[in-house]
Design a protein around this ligand. Structure first.
Ligand code: F6P
Length: 357
């Protein structure tokens, strides 16, 4: 049985993409007569016809390598059916190139946006399989995505290291952690790193509550306070605003992001020196942790099994601790938010960590 497989990585990168590519390839070569075509820069390469034949040797040495050997790009789903200035019909171009490459199927490694486009292509009749990656861990239907645990290790280390400098100087430190919509990374690293305040998008905070908890610690002679703030966490008032209005309000107040605005507010309200740390894309860089190598490998191998079974229109998932799959249609477009009564939230609250609600 011969299968010609197109493979692409789309959206923000994360540790584990190469390990997953390697897993798909090694298992495919092992299970059937496989041929691979590597598509450059995500869906953009599929639209532009930017691809190359890959050989078995191209998949060696990838387990520990960060980033993606295929390159990636954000090609927003919302524009997929829009004809823009270049007059290109993107969906038609992707279908045409899929045919031109002579593919039996397409494997797409990506997050929520990637899954939406994967589902669109499946609806258009292409044989597509998704693999869920993202440091945000916010893909519906899977307990976990690869990339998340490595980012959690890194974010926790940032919080650990900030503790010592915060202690030396007796400062309040606001650490902004990636996660625009969902607060998984901030919640997990905040609790693992022993933050005193954890602010996530799912629980809009009252700024007075945050100030109160900083003051409480200062009154108890605790020299410092660590605040883990998700990049998409906002005060109750600001979370009612539209994204654009919020950005304008922050900019007009003279700040580059909400963390700087919050830090300024805390410093003025408490008189305590307050600093901001933004690890940003550092959390997406470098080698995957052993957990993510294992997860990405298992997801990749399962993807190859789906190809062998010609079970297309699916995305691989960890479901209650077991590797399995969901249909793309079930998962596409649904964000997995942190439930406000999640057991980690409850544990954190029960030990006095403030969420500002
Ligand atoms: O989706 C992953 C993510 O890292 C988010 O946490 C973050 O908001 C976003 O990507 C940043 O995107 P970009 O790399 O395009 O700046």
């Amino acid at each position: 049985m011969k299968r010609r497989i197109g493979i692409l990585t789309s959206g923000g990168d994360c540790p584990g993409l190469n390990a997953a590519i390697r897993g798909v390839a090694k298992a495919s070569y092992h299970l059937f007569d496989a041929e691979f075509v590597g598509i450059a820069d995500g869906y953009q390469g599929l639209i532009d016809g930017d691809y190359k034949e890959m050989k078995q040797d191209d998949f060696n040495g990838l387990l520990t390598l960060g980033g993606t050997i295929l390159g990636t790009r954000r090609t927003p789903y919302r524009n997929m059916r829009k004809i823009e200035e270049d007059q290109v019909d993107k969906v038609a171009a992707m279908k045409k190139n899929y045919k031109k490459m002579g593919l039996d199927c397409l494997i797409t490694l990506g997050g929520n946006g990637t899954h939406k486009t994967a589902n669109l292509l499946a609806e258009e009749g292409l044989n597509v399989i998704g693999l869920p990656k993202t440091i945000d861990n916010d893909i519906w239907g899977t307990d976990v995505t690869f990339g998340f645990h490595t980012a959690n290790d890194l974010a926790t280390e940032v919080i650990d290291r900030i503790h010592t400098t915060a202690n030396s100087h007796g400062r309040v430190m606001v650490i902004e952690i990636m996660g625009n919509k969902a607060g998984w990374l901030t919640l997990y690293s905040g609790v693992a790193g022993g933050a005193d305040v954890v602010l996530i998008p799912e629980i809009p905070y009252k700024i007075e509550k945050v100030v109160e908890s900083v003051e409480k610690r200062a009154n108890k002679n605790r020299k410092f306070t660590i605040i883990a703030l998700a990049e998409g966490a906002f005060s109750k008032d600001m979370s009612k605003m539209k994204r654009r209005e919020r950005l304008t309000a922050i900019k007009e107040a003279g700040f580059s992001s909400n963390s700087f605005m919050l830090a300024d507010h805390i410093q003025k309200a408490t008189g305590l020196e307050t600093r901001v740390v933004v690890p940003g894309h550092y959390l997406r860089g470098g080698s995957p942790s052993p957990y993510d190598r294992l997860l990405a490998t298992q997801f990749g191998v399962y993807g190859a099994q789906l190809i062998k079974d010609e079970n297309y229109g699916q995305t691989v998932a960890m479901i209650n601790g077991k590797i399995g799959h969901n249909t793309l249609a079930e998962v596409a477009g649904i964000t997995k938010f942190v439930p406000v009564d999640h057991q980690v939230v409850r544990a954190a609250k029960n030990m006095g960590i403030t969420f500002g609600d």
